[in-house]
Design a protein around this ligand. Structure first.
Ligand code: CA
Length: 228
């Protein structure tokens, strides 16, 4: 049972909105729909959704702007961008604006439902994690999606939280890219280079000298290893 999780769907195309609403309602989610960016922010404020599906091409504002505003309302709500754009620069821009995942249209409703389940699972796992963990000089708060390093606080995306959780669980052991993909993304829709990009971003938040990492180490031919 999904326990009546509420999903905010931000999508201006009626047919697309209807298809997604039907598919997710069938899976047991409650879907609230916003056809514009302005309505999306209003609904997010009023309804506190458990997850947001966000189309990038909206009639009033662009999706990146909406994403940044939603991220200000909630640091931990998973935001999945839906867009026909498939270029890497758009994906990076979306992730930089605070999105957790990126689903390129056309996608199957089955794939979308799998991504939604995986994102909600990450939130549940993060909530069950210990409040504060120390990695070197960084103080990591997994349920709060935050890391404090030398007095500066940075937000962690739900992928970064899950990646850290996995590395912490296997502290001192090498964790392979395939295992990271399988556990953190749950679906094999992303290539293993993405794992390396996430590691680079995480090091910037956790390591005092990110290009000479002391805690999140590369194990050649194996993967990555955390040394707290
Ligand atoms: Ca659109």
């Amino acid at each position: 049972m999904v326990g009546e999780k509420q999903i905010l769907l931000v999508e201006d195309e009626p047919a697309m909105a209807l298809g997604i609403t039907d598919a997710l309602s069938f899976e047991g989610y409650r879907v609230v729909h916003a056809p514009t960016g302005r309505q999306a922010v209003e609904l997010a404020r009023a309804a506190c959704p458990d997850l947001v599906l966000l189309d990038l091409m909206l009639p009033d504002t662009n999706g990146y702007e909406v994403c940044a505003q939603l991220r200000k309302l909630s640091r931990s709500v998973p935001i999945l961008i839906l867009s026909a754009r498939s270029q890497d620069s758009d994906k990076i821009r979306g992730l930089d604006a605070g999105a957790d995942d990126y689903v390129t249209k056309p996608f199957s409703l089955g794939e979308l439902a799998a991504r939604v389940r995986a994102a909600l699972r990450r939130v549940e796992r993060a909530a069950a994690a210990p409040q504060a963990v120390r990695i070197g000089r960084a103080e990591v708060n997994l349920p709060g999606h935050a890391v404090l390093l030398d007095g500066r606080e940075e937000a962690l995306s739900s992928y970064e939280v899950e990646l850290l959780r996995l590395l912490l669980e296997k502290s001192g052991e090498a964790v392979g890219r395939d295992e990271i993909l399988d556990r953190v993304w749950g679906v094999q829709a992303i290539n293993s280079r993405a794992v390396d990009n996430f590691i680079v971003k995480l090091r910037k938040k956790i390591e005092t000298t990110p290009d000479k990492p002391q805690h999140i180490l590369t194990v050649y031919g194996r993967g990555y290893k955390l040394v707290p």
